[in-house]
Design a protein around this ligand. Structure first.
Ligand code: M6R
Length: 606
């Protein structure tokens, strides 16, 4: 999704802005632009394409020295991918960048056009600049306040006013903004990855507050026009963690970071061998009166919920439903204070997940979020938060975020079951041991790369593919399928193996690849008979099994055997196999794994 960076200070602003935009590239974008202060006023340079195209243009078109400016990577929503539609946008004395969507921009545009004022772009963002300029009489804060009363929708703005040199104003509603003041100046961005080079200490700009950034620091003003000190946050990762560290792609690096990410996530929550959540501010009273759980999220985060449901229902025996956040928010769901709603999100800013959480809060449910990015909207708006400690996830395809989400869901289930008396202390300890053992299992599976790379080569020319599995293996099939689709562009579907006969098997013909997961003993024979069915219709079968089950390798074309492990814990290892398959299939097709077409890392608009 769009990226924002703003800077005012002692350093070369063009350098800071373009470097910040490079850091934000992972969010997905189609064009980029910057505006900066020069002796002749504010200068804007924009370009369709990569940040490097913008940098070339900046070199050609400007040798101005500048220490204040704003920069943006755009992911087109309103209006096509053109230089004109690219940010920053200007109107009169106002130049701004914008993340989000102004929902009433058409009506506002009509108002301006009636007065003979026409925008040059097709964007909602330019209309926002026009509104702020319209409200401007020399007082930026007053103008921003009046303008935002006229704007409907989500926004994060960084704004420069021509007659207030060296100052950047910012405000947000829904869309994220984080900021830091350093000896070198003040910097603001849509996410921490762009700030980390300058500071590990930062704050989240509270919604509807205005930040005024100058070379000397940042003042945050609340809605009553009082300056406040927003709570400071600290990240414990550094620039190196946000770089590729010798790997060809962030995705591969992040796949390899999973053992450490899980260790960092579960070790501090293990006390005397038992699951422990008090230090996270999650007391055992969270379980009081809960008779139902709803888990919601989008994409991979929602898939983590499917696995979590299995463990929660198995141990606690209360109903757990997993809802796609974009559906849930409009489904008029039946919720009450006895429902615990768990929202899962790596970024903590996914618009649909956030809306689902808001609905749950409104309905009086207890809300708990599982979030990777600290201090983000979803974390702040939940009653309780359990952070995953995966460090920054840069690749669009989510990998380590998924397995740490599983680890937190499992740990939470163990604590819940223990407190409810569904399992004994000894059983809880055994479960925790098995959870810790997944770190070694994943480490083992990471050594399968050569085998999986050569198997994945066979998918190079495939157009359609099926993932099949039952129970937990079906949940993993959903995750395997999204991963493959998003980065290799091979069409794939996840099917509950038992459903094949009800339609899908008609699509199985010679050499159609089928990735069959058969790690669950209770349904092993059933899944294997589905494997036989598809193979006898010509499918090329890649079978993923559990070492304990001793499956006959002649049943399939390729077999990938997970280390010996308890059935309930195979998702951790299977996930890595599926991530590798997607990664190497995409590599064999010569694709840019980290930045798949049309996709954004963090979907902060509906
Ligand atoms: O940041 P979130 O976890 O809320 O993101 C949710 C989805 O957009 C995300 O998991 C998406 O499905 C991934 N790109 C899949 O790999």
């Amino acid at each position: 999704m769009c990226g924002i960076i703003g800077y005012t200070g002692q350093q070369d602003a063009k350098e800071v802005l373009t470097e910040g935009l490079r850091q934000l590239e992972y969010r997905g974008y189609d064009s980029a632009g910057i505006a900066f202060l020069t002796d002749d006023g504010i200068k804007t340079i924009k370009s369709v394409g990569k940040v490097e195209c913008l940098c070339d243009k900046v070199k050609k078109e400007s040798d101005d020295a500048t220490t204040c400016g704003i920069g943006h990577t755009r992911w087109a929503t309103h209006g096509g991918v053109t230089d004109t539609n690219c940010h920053p946008h200007s109107a009169g004395k106002v130049t701004l960048i914008h993340n989000g969507i102004i929902e009433n921009y058409k009506e506002l545009q009509k108002e301006f056009e009636a007065k003979g004022i026409h925008p040059v772009s097709q964007t909602d963002s330019e209309i926002a600049a026009m509104v702020i300029n319209d409200c401007y009489d020399g007082d930026p804060i007053k103008a921003i306040r009046s303008a935002t009363k006229r704007l409907e929708g989500a926004y994060a703005f960084c704004i420069m006013f021509e007659d207030h040199p060296d100052v950047i104003y910012a405000i947000r509603n829904g869309s994220p903004l984080v900021a830091a003041a350093t000896d070198e100046g003040s910097v603001i961005a849509s996410d921490m990855v762009a700030l980390i080079k300058y500071s590990k200490d930062y704050f989240v700009l509270p919604e509807h507050h205005i930040a005024r950034l100058t070379k000397d620091g940042i003042v945050v003003i609340n809605e009553n026009h009082v300056a406040i000190d927003p709570p400071m946050l600290h990240v414990n990762w550094d620039v190196a963690a946000a770089k590729k560290g010798g790997y060809d792609y962030f995705m591969l690096k992040e796949i390899h970071e999973q053992p450490e990410a899980i260790r960092n996530t579960i070790t501090p929550r293990t006390k005397d061998g038992l699951p422990y959540l008090e230090d996270d501010g999650v007391p055992d009273t969270i379980f009081d009166g809960i008779n139902r759980i709803v888990i919601t999220g989008c994409g991979t985060a929602m898939h983590a919920g499917l696995v979590g449901k299995n463990m929660l229902e198995h141990l606690i025996r209360i109903p757990v439903s997993v809802e796609i956040a974009s559906e849930f928010r409009y489904s008029n769901p039946i919720l009450d204070p006895h429902t615990l709603v768990i929202t899962i999100s790596q970024s903590g800013e996914t618009a649909d997940t956030k809306a689902a959480l808001e609905l749950a809060n409104k309905c009086g449910c207890k809300t708990l979020s599982i979030v990777n990015a600290k201090g983000t909207s979803i974390a702040r708006e939940s009653d309780y938060v359990l952070y995953t400690h995966a460090g920054p996830e840069i690749a669009v395809a989510s990998t380590k975020a998924y397995t740490v989400q599983l680890s937190v869901l499992y740990l939470f289930a163990f604590r819940f079951a223990l407190v409810r008396g569904c399992i004994s202390e000894q059983e809880a300890r055994d479960y925790m041991k098995k959870l810790h053992a997944t770190i070694d299992d994943i480490t083992t599976v990471l050594t399968y790369d050569t085998q999986i790379q050569s198997i994945s080569e066979r998918l190079k020319h495939s157009e359609d593919l099926f993932f099949i599995g039952r129970g937990l293996d079906y949940a993993l099939s959903c995750e395997g399928s999204i991963k493959l689709k998003e980065i290799s562009y091979i069409h794939s579907e996840a099917y509950a193996a038992g459903e094949l006969k009800h339609g899908t098997i008609s699509l199985i013909t010679d050499n159609v690849p089928v990735i069959a997961l058969a790690t669950q003993r209770n349904v092993l024979a059933k899944t294997l008979s589905n494997v036989v069915e598809v193979r006898s219709r010509g499918a090329m079968v890649i079978l993923i099994t559990n070492a304990d089950t001793q499956v006959d390798a002649s049943l399939c074309d390729h077999m990938i055997t997970l280390p010996k492990m308890d059935d309930a814990f195979t998702p951790f290892a299977s996930a890595v196999v599926l991530q590798y398959i997607a990664y190497y299939a995409a590599i064999s097709r010569g694709l840019n794994v980290d930045q798949p077409r049309n996709l954004a890392k963090s979907v902060t608009v509906e």
